[in-house]
Design a protein. Sequence first.
Length: 259
Amino acid sequence: MDTVIIEIRNLWFAFNGYPVLENVTLDVKKGDFLAMIGPNGGGKTTLLKLMLGLLSPNKGTIRIFGVAPSEASYRIGYVPQDVHINKQFPVSALDVVLMGKLKPGRGWSRYSHKDRIDAHKALDRMEMGTFCDRRIGELSGGQLQRVLIARALITRPDILFLDEPTASIDTKGQREFYNLLKELNQTITIIAVSHDLMVLSGYVKSVACVNQHLHYHGQAEVTGEMIETMYHCSVEEVCPVELIAHGLPHRVLKTHGGD
């Protein structure tokens, strides 16, 4: 029997009186690779931040491993969409990964030998071990994204949250990047916010369509029903699918039975 590790019930959230999410209910099972898709402003990133405990719901509950998100933070890794890193700052890829070990009151010079071993292992896992001494300003967008995921992995999380993980990666490197995420998914539950429908074919296991409300699909496929619900257009009309898929092959299937 699959274990539910994230449980969201009847969640509502508004920002400055504007409703962002309404009556959201979701179960995420251990080992899932869930893609959250939907239009800009639909609430995807907000829902992600609620699950991380960075925001609090107006109504409803969120439980991760049976406790509030703030109590489960040590079991969670997070790679945000906008990471403000000064690429001119003289730090190496290894330095960035070690930041994942920082705690209040702990200075840069207090990393232990074990911390450094863990950082090297995290970089090796993301196939960036040979870049450990490379300055971050010398890394490509895809390489930097791998380093940031390694930083999230250094604490050995059970869940990895990613917000638009391929935003800074060119089209050529995206498939290789998703292959790495698929390997990570063998031991880590992954939840990724994405506009890129390419990811739905062959990588993720389930899809949550978020546009103020949430519609969960236990299969990794894009259906006409999902597109019509999320983007308020029919598959016969001009629709954002081609734009979202960046011109890469994707599947748009006929409506399937069930919810």
